[in-house]
Design a protein around this ligand. Structure first.
Ligand SMILES: [Zn+2]
Length: 484
């Protein structure tokens, strides 16, 4: 089991549940800020005494928190008898039993991660933008969510359970059963033991968040590998014919082979463009309300819901496309796009965000791995659009409006996107050729690319009892290596 996936459910509106969720979110924020305060205090202390140890990792922060929450620093409860004599009844955080203790632990883990990211960034051991020192979280800013780990007791009892109170329910520790809007069937089916007695999924954690007035529960799971019958066959070193995936604005995605054969063409859904009038109306309505008033809160919620709907539709669409491409093509080439630079063009930014190119690429990347497909990424400055896919002539000037590529060398006329996708496919094939032909100092003679995964170390034609290449349509269990 190695692949991670999330199942997202929306809870039914319930004031009691909302109170629980808000209490947990507040507790998480409190623990995070309290731990951060302790880190800052010990850092100050260390200036005077260098031997003071600063709790920096999640583990040490949990230990610090667990010590603190029971101490008199966290609060004291006194009982006063009629004579006026006070007696200490209980020390520690008075409300600590009202929320799940895991909320505190996960807050400490989050702070530990933030501190580690800060250290790594400072040392230059981390890619991307610089990460600053973590700061205190304020109500209404920062994550409105909390995370609970799925702890399993010695008797095998899971603290996060699905479908206990009917198909649309989920049980969380301390909070109890949560009524959901969606059916949990797909997740329940994967949690049931299969023919080998093992379930195909294991729940790792659940994140409960408040999103645009709704309570959303995201269940993170570790899933078993995709069924071998669903995976692309690993054809021992044989060359795969690639498809190029060209991402554009006039067509969201064009998939074509190196011979310019078109495999698919997807119109951009333009979710944000379609919702623009409604979004404009809602924003205008919000701008006319008195800031801080009840009406402004309502108007803000309405605008948030609209944005949420656009995001949900876009997300669903992107997942469908990436799944289809990863399932149907065994060798895919995409180009590396500098989305961050492209959105600087104000006229195109909305359409580019709407197309979710970056998200599509990252989904393709992990889904290709799930289904055993090869994915290669052409470099950022590969001129896929301006190159002739037939003779390689490079066009110097090509505007966004030109939809037809005309080669002035060999006379090829092709659809602009098909030409680009064909170039990408050819690039992928060339890349594969150079990878399989690279001289391997360990091996003599022709080098065959070893197929990875479960069938590694198992070669066809080695005189064993290996079956012929399995039929991808047939469901088949992985074959064990033949006994010597
Ligand atoms: Zn040409």
């Amino acid at each position: 089991m190695a692949r991670m996936a999330a199942f997202r459910f929306t809870a039914r509106d319930d004031p009691v549940l909302e109170a629980h969720v808000r209490r947990h979110i507040g507790a998480r924020r409190f623990a995070y800020n309290r731990c951060l305060e302790a880190v800052k205090d010990t850092l100050d202390e260390r200036r005077a005494r260098p031997d003071v140890e600063v709790p920096w990792s999640g583990y040490s922060l949990i230990n610090w928190w667990n010590g603190w929450k029971r101490s008199e620093d966290a609060g004291c409860l006194f009982a006063v008898d009629p004579s006026g004599r006070a007696e200490l009844v209980d020390a520690g955080l008075a409300w600590r039993t009202e929320v799940s203790a895991q909320v505190f632990e996960e807050a400490a883990v989050d702070l530990g991660r933030a501190l580690a990211a800060f250290s790594a960034s400072k040392k230059g051991a981390r890619r991307g933008e610089r990460v600053g020192f973590p700061h205190f979280q304020k109500k209404g800013q920062g994550p409105e969510s909390f995370r609970l780990r799925n702890k399993v007791s010695r008797s095998g009892h899971h603290c996060i359970r699905v479908g206990e109170r009917g198909p649309r329910s989920l049980t969380l520790p301390v909070i109890g059963p949560v009524a959901l809007r969606e059916d949990t069937r797909r997740l329940r089916r994967m949690l049931r033991p299969g023919p080998d007695g093992l379930p195909r999924a294991r729940i790792c954690s659940a994140t409960v968040s408040l999103r645009r007035g709704r309570i959303v529960v995201t269940v993170t799971c570790e899933l078993a590998d995709v069924h071998p019958g669903m995976r692309h066959r690993s054809d021992n070193g044989a060359r795969r014919s690639f498809v190029g995936v060209d991402r554009g604005l006039s067509h969201l995605v064009v998939v074509a082979g190196s011979d310019r054969s078109e495999w698919g063409r997807i119109e951009p859904p333009r979710h944000a463009v379609a919702a623009r009038p409604a979004l404009a109306r809602a924003s205008r309505s919000l701008s006319r309300k008195v800031p801080g008033s009840a009406n402004s809160t309502k108007a803000r919620a309405r605008l948030g819901r609209l944005h949420g709907r656009v995001a949900n539709r876009r997300n669903d669409f992107t997942h469908r496309i990436s799944s289809t491409i990863a399932k149907t093509h065994g060798a895919i080439c995409i180009e590396d796009l500098a989305v961050k630079n492209l959105v600087k063009n104000r006229h195109l930014a909305r359409s580019i965000y709407d197309a979710a190119w970056g998200e599509l690429a990252s989904q393709l990347r992990y889904k290709a791995a799930w289904y055993g497909a090869t994915l290669v990424v052409a470099p950022r400055f590969f001129a896929s659009t301006k190159t002739c896919s037939s003779c390689g002539w490079l066009c110097q000037e090509m505007t966004l409006g030109e939809r037809i590529f005309r080669c002035q060398n060999c006379g090829l006329t092709a659809d602009r996107d098909i030409n680009a996708a064909a170039n990408l496919a050819a690039w992928g094939e060339a890349e594969q050729r150079s990878a399989t032909q690279a001289p391997d100092p360990e091996a003599r003679g022709r080098v065959t690319k070893a197929c990875g995964g479960r069938s590694a170390g198992h070669h066809l034609g080695d005189g064993g009892t290996a079956p012929e290449t399995p039929d991808p349509g047939k469901k088949q269990e992985p074959v064990a290596a033949p006994a010597a």
